[in-house]
Structure formats: structure tokens, C-alpha cells
Design a protein around this ligand. Sequence first.
Ligand SMILES: *Cc1c(COP(=O)(O)O)cnc(C)c1O
Length: 360
Amino acid sequence: MGRSNQARLDLGALRHNLAHARQLAPAARVMCVVKANAYGHGAVTVAQALDPLADALAVACIEEALELRESGITSPILLLEGWFERDELPLAVANNLWVMVDNQRQLQWLEQARLPAPVTCWLKVDTGMHRLGVAPADVAGFHQRLQASPNAHDDVVTCTHFACADEANNAMTARQLAQFENLTDGITGPRSAANSAGVLAWPSSHYDWIRPGYMLYGNSPMVDPHPNTGSLRAVMTLVSSVISVRHVAAGESVGYGATWIARRPSRIATISIGYGDGYPRMAANGTPVLINGQRARLAGRVSMDMITVDVTDLDAVQLGDEAVLWGKDLPVDEVALHAGTSGYELTTRMPARTPRVVVA
Ligand SMILES: *Cc1c(COP(=O)(O)O)cnc(C)c1O
């Protein structure tokens, strides 16, 4: 009934991608990042698949963590941005959540709290991202105070985050790593630095914990092709179908703003998916779309509920034929390039209007 739009989820691919991360960093424990509704895939579905396999999960904030606890997830869950109000900390501890500590205010709240049990703390160090984290000069002091506090577990994890690890030759990552080495030299306890790009391209960043997000969903964060991304398998495949096919004479335009003009007699297929369904409005003329597995090109502006595709060169296209917007056989990052964004944004912005359907 209704439109055929689906974000199909291949949970076998998810497990495969996690195994790939483990294989790349065999000595590290794996924290699977499932923030922002698991990058749009559906946090509960994804976390339930990963719960028995991950060493820990990570989300952005306590609301996301509590949703997972309510659905029966038992792995430790790290709050990547720590906590935002004093009262959240006891609630976090009561739910077996771990916290990032990245500023003076959180440190004081922690020291002053009355907690049912000590909390596992990750100390975030700013090695150049300049977004969150403790300044290099303050790291030793923070670490000491955390270890001294009865509210914090003794093995504080020291961690940092990369700004440019998606570029395999960017010298910034080496600089960040060198600073991190320096800062953690006299400090005991586990260390963590690698996001997906670190896992894939920077073996010296693996340390004791890796924190992959994007790669688990089968997509490559790397700007250029990299040998370690070849075996990733897309988890989300966004599908829709053809609801209209028409001939358009040479010289005629298609869609709002008449931005696409037929240079030859053309066949245009209309697909029942638009920016209201998570397909990016900024996708330009020429963006690839798979119809019956064959590549065609977007022709005309993306509407709220529909797109139009030039199928002149394809075998006969019929009403009801399947269209794949991204996923298996069409990397979301390739589509994202045509829309001036990244695949991270495309999957993460997938609205509730598009049903997630587990297919494998
Ligand atoms: C989101 C996030 C990650 C995961 O990043 P990916 O590029 O998706 O692998 C890791 N660490 C922190 C602190 C994050 O915020």
C-alpha cells in the first residue's frame, strides 16, 4: 500500500563491517558509534544487532542512551559530549553509561556529585580539532583529579579526535598523533583516537579502543579510494520506484525552474522520492540513479516527493520498476558529491517518513 520508498537495512553487512574494523585493529576494543539515530539507520535496530558484538556503544547525549537502555541494550554506552546539566550524571551512572569529560565544569560536577557507584570517564584531549576537549597544558591535572576522585573509575581512558584523518596524506593527523603521544606519555590507562578514518588509514592511531561510526554502515569516509575500504558493504539501500514515464521533445524542459533541457528526444521517468523522503534537494542534474540496476542520470530539480530521471539510454522502463538512490552498487558518497555534501549527512538526515526495513 502507498509509495514503495524504503531504506532497506542489511544487518549482515553491519556485522561484516564491524568484523572488518576488528581485523584492522586486532588488539583494540571496539566502541561502535550509533549517535544521531545510528547515522539515520535506526538506533534501536542497529544497536540490537551490535549489542552482542561490540565492546561498547557511543551516542551524543543521554536521551539517545536512555532510548537504547529502554530497548534492552546492555553494552556500556559512552556519552560522547559528556553531560550538559549537573543532574544528568547520577542518571547516567544508574544506567551504566560512561561519560566524556572535556571541561572544567564537568570535572567539578563530577567531583561534587553523590553517585551510586564510580563512573567510567573518558578524558577528551584537544590535539588540534579545537571543538571539544581539555587543552594540552591541562591534561595531566585533569587526569590526576579524575584518578583521585572516588566518583571516577581508576582507569580513565584518555582520548582525542582527528580533524583530517579522511585524507590519507594530510600531515595534520601525524601532528595530532605526535601531540597525543606526548601528552599521554606519563599517564597510565587506556587510550583512544581512531574514528573510522583512523581505523582504516592510520594504524598507529588504534591504541586500546577504536571508535568507528561511518564505516560500520558500509561507507568510506576517505576522500580518495583506499585499499582498506574495498570490502565494506553498504548497510542502507534507499529504494523507490517509477510512477510515470513520458517522452519529452528536444528543447523541452523538465521540472521546477526548467533547469534541465532535453538536447534530443528523451524519455523521462518520474520516481516517487524527493527531499521530503531524504533525497537531497541539492542533487544536481546528472546525479546517478539506478533503475533496474542500470545507471541513469537525474534530469531536473528534486521536488519534495519526486525526482525525474533521463532513461533515454536504458532498456524499456516500466511503471513499478525499482529505482535505487544509493546503497548496494551505488555508494552514497558518490551521490553526495553531486549534492555538495557528504554521505554522513545523507543517511543521517533520512526522515521518519521513509520506512526502515530490515532485509538481511
Ligand atoms: C562521531 C564520532 C566518532 C565516529 O566518527 P566516524 O567518522 O563516523 O567513524 C568517533 N569519535 C567521536 C568523538 C565522535 O564524535
